[in-house]
Design a protein around this ligand. Structure first.
Ligand code: NPW
Ligand code: K
Length: 531
């Protein structure tokens, strides 16, 4: 049993994630090699141990069991907890299985009743029992697992709503009931747990969309005895559908790009940030300050408005081709474009103010991070979307960093449709625009052509503040500028930048204001390892 994620901890290593379908095939593969019901018995014992470790004080446990195998896990756990002297009550809202039902969950239900555990089959008797017997110390959610096929209705829906109305903490078996294991979307009512124990691997839905908010702390178990040959749970598992980022990749980037004693600013790359339309200079300055704090050697900021204010940091150079004619080409620079750009590129730009039209950036830059209003502009101009799409074939690299609404505009759909399946949306954008996509939001997704998507493990609601996305775009541009072309894996680089961004918020109750976020990220630069 391993702790994967909490408000104060992140996974050390990247972890391969399994879809519900891949989990089922793994389950069947394991079941064929073991005596009947071994996995369910292991799962139930594992859940009981976990509950006792999470709530050692708990003397009474209310177990909610559905009619599938998630409920079966709950019933095995109930039996163990009962044997260990806890007061256990079971509520099975789907009712008594038919006497002719020989399925494992039905057999376990009969065994639970024969073991003398109090089992309630209807809501009225359950609520009466609550009123007379008092509340339990902890709730165990085994209503629905990865077999969810629709939004919960009827007695199951009511049981979910009952759980969420209690002040008693709820621990979820495998997945909070009602949450979709692959998408992280809940089509209706879903349990809000304080912790979730994922079984036989981890599904992506726990880690993106509503998953992080509903799961609480995330734990997992491969259900293998310690001596067993473990099915490899690393980033190279062939059945994986995505990979969760870990600290190790982030640390490795820092190790590989540590500053050597003989370096100077010219060896740390150059970034040009373009944005800051009228009234939105803050976004430009935040992205520029972030690129600078990431370690980039030279940072220019180009404002798309004429009423430019002083930059946030004196180290940042102002870009105007009339001022710096020698710097007027993009060679060797990473360009971060769009932060606070507003509609500057759609309204006919004034060439005397700047000559950085979006068309020019799309056709001439070698390495481009397109953010915010740069994306809204592309969404509004199909011809520019086509220019973006063609960049890969011309050997130019592009990263786009949309939030769900920007992604929806690019895909011609709604943000709720994007949020209903974030992995699919990121992959669709990636293939539509032939570039790397960082889909922001809870559990950011990084998708690149022909690569397994990453889900970012770090980050929390402290980052849900204005300017936070500008900081990410600038930091990403800064890291990219410091990574030599020949060794640059842009997909991985985006994961490192997103992980770094979220890591700065670890343990913050929030809100983390964007300027403070830049400083918090800068504080995470690490000294090179020593002997
Ligand atoms: N088998 C094993 O060896 C192992 C299994 N494991 C465990 O099994 C879990 C998967 O079990 P599972 O496949 O039985 O699905 P599960 O999630 O319990 O529910 C299916 C039932 O719910 C019903 N139902 C569906 N949607 C509904 C809705 N919205 N509202 C109401 N009802 C709804 C559905 O009914 P139906 O759609 O058929 O009408 C069906 O009766 C997995 O998450 C893990 O905990 C692990 O311990 C490892 C070993
Ligand atoms: K559950």
């Amino acid at each position: 049993m391993h702790k994967l994620l909490s408000t104060h901890t992140l996974p050390h290593h990247a972890l391969a994630l399994l879809s519900a379908e891949a989990t089922r095939s793994r389950q069947q593969w394991l079941a064929r090699q073991l005596p009947p019901n071994t996995l369910i018995e292991r799962a139930g014992l594992c859940v009981a141990r976990w509950l006792l470790a999470m709530a050692p004080h708990a003397q009474s446990v209310d177990v909610l069991a559905g009619r599938g195998h998630n409920g079966a896990d709950a019933l095995v756990a109930a039996r163990w907890l009962h044997q260990l002297g806890r007061r256990v009550r079971v509520y099975a809202p789907a009712g008594n299985p038919a006497s002719t039902d020989t399925s494992t969950p039905a057999q376990l239900m009969r065994a639970t009743q024969s073991a003398g555990i109090a089992v309630f089959m209807d809501e009225i008797s359950w609520l009466r029992q609550q009123a007379s017997g008092g509340t339990a110390d902890v709730l165990l959610d085994g209503l629905l697992g990865i077999g969810i096929s629709r939004a919960p209705t009827g007695a199951v829906q009511q049981a979910i709503e009952w759980i969420n109305a209690q002040s008693t903490p709820c621990l979820a078996i495998d997945i909070p009931s009602g949450l979709h294991p692959n998408t992280g979307h809940s089509p209706g009512a879903a349990v809000r747990a304080v912790a979730t124990l994922s079984l036989l691997g981890v599904r992506p839905g726990l880690l993106t969309g509503q998953g992080r908010a509903l799961c609480g702390e995330i734990w997992w178990s491969d259900l293998q005895p310690p001596s067993a040959a473990i099915h490899p749970q690393d980033a190279y598992t062939p059945e994986a559908c995505a990979v969760l980022s870990g600290d190790a990749d982030w640390r490795a980037w820092q190790h590989l790009h540590a500053r050597r004693a003989d370096e100077h600013k010219g060896t740390r790359g150059a970034v040009l940030v373009v944005g800051g339309g009228t009234g939105m200079h803050g976004a430009l300055w935040l992205a520029s300050a972030s690129a600078l704090a990431s370690g980039a050697g030279k940072v220019w900021a180009c404002s798309l408005a004429s009423d430019t204010q002083a930059p946030l940091r004196p180290e940042i150079m102002r870009w105007a081709t009339s001022i710096n004619p020698n710097d007027a080409d993009f060679a060797g620079k990473v360009v971060v474009a769009g932060c606070g750009a507003g509609t500057a590129w759609l309204d006919a730009p004034n060439p005397s103010t700047h000559d950085l039209t979006l068309e020019r950036l799309l056709t001439q830059t070698e390495r481009l991070v397109l953010d915010a209003d740069g994306l809204n502009t592309v969404a509004a101009r199909p011809a520019w979307a086509e220019l973006l799409r063609q960049r890969a074939a011309q050997g130019k690299s592009t990263v786009i960093t949309p939030h769900p609404l920007e992604a929806a505009r690019l895909l011609g759909t709604s943000s709720s449709a994007v949020q209903a399946d974030r992995l699919a949306a990121a992959k669709a954008l990636c293939s539509q625009l032939n570039c790397t996509v960082v889909l922001k939001g809870s559990g950011s997704i990084i998708a690149s052509p022909a690569r397994l998507p990453y889900i970012n493990a770090s980050g929390n609601a402290a980052l849900a503040t204005p300017g936070s996305g500008d900081v990410l775009a600038g930091w990403l541009g800064g890291l990219w500028a410091q990574t030599p072309h020949e060794s640059c894996d842009v997909h991985r680089l985006c994961m490192v930048a997103a992980h770094w961004h979220g890591r700065a918020a670890l343990g913050h109750a929030g809100p983390l204001r964007a300027q403070d976020l830049v400083e918090a990220m800068a504080a995470l630069h690490q000294a090179p390892a020593r002997l």
